[in-house]
Design a protein around this ligand. Structure first.
Ligand SMILES: Nc1ncnc2c1ncn2[C@@H]1O[C@H](COP(=O)(O)OP(=O)(O)OP(=O)(O)O)[C@@H](O)[C@H]1O
Ligand SMILES: [Mg+2]
Length: 253
């Protein structure tokens, strides 16, 4: 579904991604792990068009993503959440989710200005759908609260609802359970499993190994911008290069 071939991205002298070749198969949950600074978030930023890699090719369902601006990539069927939460904190939960539908709603600027019948119908439909998404991520009944007043864990859930509002075929989650308690982590695990049942493909970055190993079908490991291993959770846990990369991190911490 997604194919990165020999992708490199440098920040000055830092080789954040160095000759990365990686594929994501349709329909599964793939984990992307690796020590701090390994290049995981940079990889998401490249996939979603925020960064243009200096080398390599990148395709999604046969489309060349490197020729598309970020909003086109979004309408192609890729949505994401951010490691550093990006919500409209002064807006309600429901409005944050409706924003996520923006790319799909086709009533046009004139419809919005004139509040045409088509616009009002689309708007009512969008709000109904947003309510269902809030319920799906476990935020039912909070529709009209301000996003900024939510707990950290609930803000992460709202980010997922907003990403789902775009109806993506590929969902990218950057540390979805960071800062969550174990109950919330279990809720997110069930949610992501239900997305797989709905035939959505998920690529997720996460440091919580219990979460990653319990959820992912396959894993890729990045270290210093290189893919050092790919395989099943069991294969990755037994891989000497992966163990070495994580031990090195503990020693330097
Ligand atoms: N916008 C940027 N400008 C300069 N350097 C950057 C930028 N973004 C990332 N880097 C550097 O690129 C490298 C990879 O960073 P990245 O954020 O992709 O790592 P990560 O694997 O997501 O780490 P973490 O697990 O801590 O989130 C790091 O050395 C980081 O300092
Ligand atoms: Mg990161």
């Amino acid at each position: 579904m997604l194919a990165l071939h020999r992708i490199s991205h440098h920040f000055g002298g830092v080789r954040a991604l160095d000759d990365v070749t990686l594929t994501v198969e349709k329909g599964g949950i793939q984990g992307l792990i690796g020590p701090n600074g390994a290049g995981k978030t940079t990889l998401f930023n490249v996939i979603t068009g925020l960064f243009r890699p200096s080398e390599g090719t990148l395709s999604f369902e046969g489309h060349n993503l490197l020729q598309m601006p970020p909003h086109r990539i979004a309408t192609c069927g890729i949505a994401r959440t951010f490691q550093n939460i990006r919500l409209f904190s002064e807006m309600t939960l429901i409005d944050n989710v409706v924003v996520g539908m923006h790319a799909r709603l086709a009533y046009g600027t004139l419809g919005w200005m004139l509040r045409t019948r088509a616009f009002r119908q689309a708007e009512a439909g969008a709000r109904q759908q947003a309510r269902q998404l809030l319920e799906r991520v476990g935020l039912a009944g909070h529709d009209n609260e301000l996003a900024g007043n939510l707990s950290y864990g609930n803000q992460r859930k709202l980010e997922i609802a907003r990403a789902l509002a775009a109806e993506p075929r590929l969902l990218l989650l950057d540390e979805p359970v960071a800062g969550m308690n174990s109950t919330e982590k279990n809720e997110i695990m069930s949610l992501v499993k239900s997305l797989r049942q709905d035939h959505m493909t998920v690529l997720l970055i996460e440091h919580d190994m219990r979460f990653v190993m319990g959820l992912c079908d396959t894993l890729a490991v990045l270290n210093f911008g290189h893919v050092i291993a790919q395989g099943s959770p069991a294969q990755i846990q037994a891989n000497p290069a992966v163990i070495e990369a994580y031990l090195g991190q503990e020693e330097s911490a």
